[in-house]
Design a protein around this ligand. Structure first.
Ligand code: ZN
Length: 421
């Protein structure tokens, strides 16, 4: 326990060899414990014919099977939990996921604190100081009172979605250094601040996590807040995975907390190629996640930017793998192409692609204040490059786009999914 905390010192992440040794040691410990204590992993490793002692470090992980979320969903909760774990004493996180089925993630209080400490360290590496107050968006699903009770960090919660005015007032009163929020909420908050004629307090940075940070939202928020927006990439199963580095602008993987592989199916892909993020949570023993496939699409850079921190680097994650939109003639349009086409357009704050009929796409969008009057036509032209002429496009400027029940903004909604909603 103490060694875990000592490894959190910034000095510990300047030395790549030391970091690699820490990772290997943690992989060994985790795999051995999962085999000993967790029925799901014992069965999976046995079925793959692998003994835990054959896994000596990160390089051996590829001998273990990749675990899909559907595999874990199909297992009994008790089979996914260490036999020593008592569910009623664990901290629970729920994810809804794209299918809407809840999925429960449990951690011990110590595991939870430790993961929060790693998140805090990433902020420290980016220049946040110990005494700096921070404002947390309640929608981050994170309760700053834990840290508060610990007496370590001054933090308070704000609710920009339901109470933008209150959020502004609270930030003015308590003068935090950082505001920690989600991209969609960030956009809401920035609009409210613009209406209020400014925040009236200079933040040092805004931290954004939980969803893909669109370049357009980042530009708008940096303009309104007058400070950098630093992006965080995480998943409920493993907490923070990578943080955007204020020095080199790469996304550093928290190598001493999570192992990230980039796979196409079961095959590792080369730098520059996009693949699924497959993660191993090095500190989760109560409910392990070992070679667990997230639906996020990520890529390692061919030339990682040089940096003082010895972490590995990925490029900005591009979000979940999306199902293609099926057209009436049996062909399909890749959803991620449509996203890429729109997200880079300067004036777009938020947008949605809704396949309301098999051959009709409705694209409501919210424009940034500085957007040109021809933005709708630009969006249509950008999309048309990927959409055949047989498909009608209806591009429409709107004042606001609703969040879904999970409080998220879904960018591309296919016909099948829309009908279910
Ligand atoms: Zn860096």
């Amino acid at each position: 326990m103490l060694t875990s905390l000592l490894d959190l010192r910034p000095s510990a992440v300047r030395n790549g060899r030391r970091l690699a040794a820490v990772r290997d040691r943690r992989v060994r410990g985790l795999v051995a414990a999962a085999y000993r204590d967790v029925a799901f992993y014992r069965r999976a490793f046995d079925a793959a014919g692998v003994r835990p002692e054959q896994i000596r470090g990160v390089a051996d992980l590829e001998r273990l099977p990749v675990v899909e979320k559907s595999d874990l969903r199909a297992a009994e909760l008790t089979d996914r939990l260490a036999r020593w774990a008592r569910p009623e004493r664990l901290i629970s996180h729920h994810t809804s996921g794209s299918t809407g089925e809840p999925f429960q993630i449990l951690r011990t209080r110590y595991e939870e604190y430790l993961l929060q400490a790693y998140q805090h360290r990433s902020n420290v590496l980016n220049g946040l100081r110990r005494k700096d107050a921070r404002a947390y968006d309640v929608g981050m699903g994170f309760d700053p009172r834990w840290i508060h009770r610990w007496g370590v960090l001054p933090a308070f919660a704000v609710d920009p979605v339901n109470d933008a005015e209150g959020t502004i007032a609270e930030i003015r009163r308590r003068k935090p250094a950082a505001f920690i929020t989600r991209p969609n909420t960030l956009h809401h908050a920035a609009q409210a601040i613009e209406r209020a004629g400014g925040l009236g307090h200079q933040l040092r940075f805004v931290l954004s996590g939980g969803e893909v940070l669109e370049p357009s939202v980042r530009r708008y928020a940096e303009h309104i807040f007058g400070c950098p927006v630093v992006d965080l990439y995480g998943a409920h199963e493993v907490a923070l995975i990578a943080f955007e580095c204020a020095r080199c602008r790469g996304y550093h993987v928290l190598d001493d907390s999570v192992v990230v592989e980039v796979l196409d199916g079961d095959r590792p892909v080369a730098p520059g190629e996009v693949g699924d993020a497959v993660v191993t949570a090095l500190h989760s023993y109560a409910m392990p996640f070992i070679r667990y496939r997230l639906r996020d699409r990520i890529r390692r850079p061919v030339d990682p930017p040089p940096c003082e921190w010895a972490f590995q680097t990925i490029e900005q994650p591009q979000g979940r793998r999306l199902d293609p939109l099926r057209l009436s003639d049996g062909t399909s349009v890749p959803a991620h192409r449509l996203m890429h086409a729109v997200r880079e357009l300067e004036g777009v704050a938020r947008y949605q692609v809704r396949q309301e009929q098999p051959d009709l796409l409705h694209i409501p969008y919210v424009a940034l204040p500085q957007a040109s009057g021809g933005l709708g036509a630009e969006i249509e032209a950008a999309l048309r490059a990927y959409v055949p002429a047989s498909v009608a496009l209806r591009v429409e400027e709107v004042d606001d786009l609703p969040f879904n029940k999970a409080g998220k903004h879904v960018t591309v909604l296919g016909y099948d999914r829309l009908r279910k909603e």
